[in-house]
Design a binder for this molecule. Structure first.
Ligand SMILES: Cc1cc2nc3c(=O)[nH]c(=O)nc-3n(C[C@H](O)[C@H](O)[C@H](O)COP(=O)(O)O)c2cc1C
Length: 503
């Protein structure tokens, strides 16, 4: 059975786990340490082993963070992949489905410790208060909420933040349209409470799938099983009957009672702002608490990249989905898609690399990428580059923007598009949910005579010769791979109109 502990062993073996044995306060200090460490790209995961006032409990933060290797491990892929390789490999895995398998309660590591009814005290958990203006302690941040639609029976795992109200009460914020809220509204329309399980210490794969939308009729358990190629082991919750990950570190069972609402938030978010102001949110009434020995609470800090827990995995997932969307539409020549995690956790910018095959090809790709289901929400910057530009390499993208894009000719704007009030760049209340999109064509101009200046590239033969002698020359590791090479078959034009400055 895969679990967080096996994942931590892999991560430690990669040298990417830092244990913090010194005492640390849950009140802003744990958040501050995570912020400072994670502000460097590829920073290690942090295991806090001594949270003040919470002996016996541990907290893991910066789980995946900005580490591509830790994301690859989470998806069952080998470390050492480049971003586009990781995206290409995950596209195939995300399409597979494998339903969970049920194991007996006695076999579930989660069942090691059990509290029921009045014995439950969630204030014993080392829930962090990340930011000075957070509305409270967040027991659920690296979490999933498991619910079943009362009419369709579909099971959903969704990552929705959860704020501690008291020993047995947790506030759950679910934004409009999300599957969890649809389950809740369906139950409340019937005058019924919605049974729910919240997992507070989990295999990072469940966090990755719980933070994405797979449609109202797909269970994220099936997606997680498909990605790893191994079904998720679950136990049937004694209180709700819902399937709970058997190897979870910490989980609770309870009910979201009709119209039980309490003030929740705010919380520092992926935009680097406190997004939604404090407001009424549903309350989970907890009936049972389960955990493993020496349990680990998974804490997902939200902030600007590279600190933001979700930025890298959401960015790569968006890129993979846009790539799928474009291929499904039959658009030829797509060589790579990337969403930059630094652009508001991958939400604000996408870059598509294509081999231009006809006049207007780049403009077509830009228009579709701007409004595809995978990227229409929020995205402000949509950039098309040629096949010799790696869309995941910001240096190369900036180069293309600088030498192939002419602003008066190559930039278009879409207004009043789908976005979110969480975007802090809009102040006017009525305008807040609307976004705008800039479509930037940073591809070579194909119109004749075009730019005849040849691009300065290494000759392919020379590159191969040097690459073969890389070690002999005293360099360690593999030689870098240039984005393009000059095949050197045709003689290079000695002089061109453009190069001679005669326009
Ligand atoms: C760390 C983290 C925290 C999140 N917090 C919330 C939240 O509080 N409320 C919310 O609606 N979505 C939140 N999201 C986004 C949802 O997880 C995402 O929209 C997902 O698609 C929801 O699942 P669903 O599509 O099954 O409803 C969060 C995502 C992450 C990674």
């Amino acid at each position: 059975m895969s679990d967080l502990r096996t994942w931590l062993e892999w991560v430690e073996a990669l040298g990417q786990l830092q244990r913090v044995a010194a005492p640390v306060d849950w009140d802003e200090e744990l958040g501050a340490i995570t912020y400072l460490v994670a502000s460097r790209e590829n920073a290690p995961a942090l295991l806090f082993e001594n949270v003040c006032g919470h002996p016996g409990w541990r907290v893991l933060s910066n789980l995946i963070g900005s580490s591509l290797d830790r994301l690859a491990l989470t998806l069952g892929l080998p470390p050492g992949l480049r971003p586009l390789e990781c995206i290409a490999a995950s596209r195939e895995r995300v399409r597979r489905r494998l339903p969970p398998v049920e194991v007996a309660w006695a076999e579930a590591p989660l069942a090691a410790r059990v509290w029921q009814g009045a014995e439950v005290d969630l204030t014993a958990l080392p829930a962090p208060k990340f930011w000075p203006r957070d509305g409270g302690r967040y027991v659920g941040s690296g979490t999933v909420l498991i619910t079943r639609h009362p009419e369709t029976g579909t099971l959903n795992l969704g990552t929705y933040r959860q704020m501690l109200h008291g020993p047995r009460e947790v506030g759950v914020y679910i934004s409009p349209g999300k599957d969890g809220l649809q389950h809740l509204q369906a139950a409340w329309r019937r005058g019924e409470a919605l049974p729910a399980v919240a997992v507070y210490g989990l295999d990072p794969l469940l966090l990755v799938v719980g933070s994405q939308s797979f449609g109202a009729h797909t269970s994220e358990y099936d997606v997680a099983g498909g990605i790893r190629g191994e079904p998720v082991a679950v136990v049937r919750g004694p209180v709700t009957g819902l399937p709970i990950p058997a190897t979870a570190e910490i989980a609770v069972e309870g009910f979201l009672d009709p119209d039980a609402l309490r003030r929740e938030g705010p919380l520092g978010e992926f935009t680097g702002y406190y997004g939604r102001p404090a407001g009424a949110a549903p309350v989970l009434r907890v009936e049972a608490l389960y955990c493993r020995e020496q349990p680990i609470l998974t804490a997902a800090m939200a902030a600007e990249y590279p600190i933001c827990e979700q930025a890298l995995f959401i960015a790569l997932a968006r890129a993979a989905r846009l790539w799928d969307d474009l291929e499904r539409l039959g658009v030829p020549g797509i060589r790579g898609v990337y969403a930059h995690p630094a652009a508001a956790a991958g939400f604000a910018m996408v870059v598509v690399s294509l081999e231009q095959r006809y006049a207007g090809h780049a403009a077509q790709v830009l228009a579709l990428a701007a409004q595809a289901p995978s990227t229409a929400y929020y995205t402000k910057w949509i950039i098309a580059v040629d096949e010799d530009v790696d869309p995941s390499d910001l240096n190369q993208v900036l180069w293309a923007l600088s030498v192939r894009c002419h602003p008066t000719r190559d930039i278009d704007l879409l207004r009043r598009t789908w976005s979110t009030p969480l975007d802090p760049s809009q102040n006017d209340e009525a305008d807040r949910p609307y976004g705008a999109k800039v479509l930037i064509n940073a591809c070579r101009d194909l119109r004749p005579p075009g730019h005849t200046a040849p691009r300065a590239l290494l000759r392919e033969q020379t590159y191969r010769r040097v690459a073969a002698r890389w070690g002999e020359l005293g360099f360690v590791g593999a030689p870098p791979r240039p984005p393009a090479l000059d095949p050197g078959e045709a003689p290079l034009p000695a002089e061109t109109k453009f190069a001679a400055g005669v326009e």
